[in-house]
Write a protein that binds this ligand. Structure first.
Ligand SMILES: C[S@@+](CC[C@H](N)C(=O)[O-])C[C@H]1O[C@@H](n2cnc3c(N)ncnc32)[C@H](O)[C@@H]1O
Length: 373
């Protein structure tokens, strides 16, 4: 066995042992697709301990490149919307914009997609390197797979990697939030980028009874995988699944720049019932995100103390919280009292017994998306 074959087999064994790779047909598909073939243009390695995060390129042939391709880790493949690993020497401190998702999450999602053979037509949003697209093709056949990538250069590289492998699914470069009507109806939609709300186009382009698997997230950085069933009446409902699944948000759903901050010294002050330490918890953060969907979180030093600020740049609403003598104080201003809304939502969630995210259900109708427990 070559080094590569051995590394590939070890990855398959570990994904089988940890329960993400559960069924024979997906196992056979994963066995036929070598991940390193989709990482030939390299990736970025996060530098230990750097604040803010710093990334250094690792190119094919560099020490550790092949081994990393078969680790169960996400590998960043593009930064700041344009920069590929071969573009720089040294390090870069901007945000990742494309990656190869950790393989165990790819296969867990493919298992969760519950494809029914033969002839399950799948629409994938977020082609990225093309690795997950290749696994879909290996299982279903390229004629049943359509994949959309927002970024033209990323899409072109995936097309090359898939072509080298002899795979020619329908690849589209564009905004996956619009779906791809020419290939509809689909039996399954799977998104490997997160969304704040499930786009209407995905529901319209999925046949009744079909499934949409996507991560629903927001600007406070919490998210979870959801599996929705599409109904005859054009609505879709379903549960959140478990695992604290997180993906980079679809590009049109990323938060606006904070810009010039409003004057945070004015505003109405009161003692808070709940402090922003609650935001350290994934589920609390998800619940607050539902109450204040346009809020972003930052911390600031002011009058010798740390203030946690939620700010909605669209409406100009903000809430600043700080701890004093063991109490939390909130000061807020703008048309929406953000922390009032957050506390009210957290209060309802507490009254229901703090259900876990997998007890939440998502409902999408032409009127919009609601998430309840
Ligand atoms: C985590 S990566 C995808 C991983 C990929 N499935 C793989 O196995 O390598 C997410 C991708 O979604 C793409 N993306 C972001 N917003 C998108 C959108 N609105 N439509 C289509 N693709 C989008 C990003 O450019 C990025 O390449």
């Amino acid at each position: 066995m070559t080094d590569q074959a051995q590394l590939h087999q070890q990855l398959i064994d570990s994904m089988t042992a940890n329960g993400s790779l559960r069924t024979e047909p997906w196992k056979r598909a994963v066995e036929t697709i070598a991940r390193h073939e989709f990482l030939r243009t390299g990736f970025f390695r996060r530098l230990d301990g750097a604040v803010p995060s710093a990334w250094a390129p690792v190119l094919e042939g560099d020490a550790g490149w092949l081994e990393a391709c078969y680790e169960d880790e996400s590998l960043v493949t593009q930064i700041a919307g344009t920069i590929m690993p071969a573009d720089i020497r040294g390090q870069i401190m901007r945000d990742p914009t494309s990656s190869s998702t950790l393989p165990s999450l790819v296969v867990r999602m493919l298992e969760d997609l519950q494809v029914v053979e033969p002839e399950s037509k799948v629409l994938e949003i977020g082609t990225g390197t093309g690795y997950s697209t290749a696994v879909l093709c290996a299982r279903l056949g390229e004629e049943y797979v359509t994949s959309i990538e927002y970024d033209e250069e990323v899409a072109a590289r995936a097309r090359t990697a898939l072509g080298r492998r002899g795979m020619y699914p329908t690849l589209v470069s564009g905004d996956g939030l619009l779906g791809y009507a020419d290939g509809a109806p689909y039996d399954r939609v799977i998104a490997t980028c997160g969304v704040r709300t499930v786009p209407a186009a995905w529901i319209e382009q999925t046949r009744p009874g079909g499934l949409i698997l996507t991560t629903i997230g927001g600007w406070l950085g919490s998210s979870e995988l959801a599996r929705l069933t599409v109904h005859d009446n054009g609505t879709a409902t379903g549960p959140l699944l478990s695992g604290q699944v997180s993906f980079m948000l679809a590009r049109p759903h990323t938060p606006p720049a904070l810009g010039l901050l409003p004057d945070l010294s004015e505003g109405k002050e009161r003692e808070a019932i709940i402090g922003t330490d609650a935001l350290n918890d994934w589920t609390y953060r998800f619940v607050v995100q539902l109450a204040a969907p346009h809020a972003q979180h930052l911390t600031m030093e002011r009058d010798g103390r740390t203030e946690h600020v939620l700010i909605d740049v669209e409406s100009g609403s903000w809430a600043a919280l700080y701890e004093e003598d063991g109490r939390w104080i909130v000061r807020q201003d703008g048309p929406n009292a953000l922390w009032d809304a957050a506390e009210e939502q957290l209060g309802r969630w507490h009254a229901a017994g703090t259900p876990a995210l997998e007890e939440f259900t998502v409902s999408v109708t032409p009127q919009g998306q609601t998430i309840n427990w």
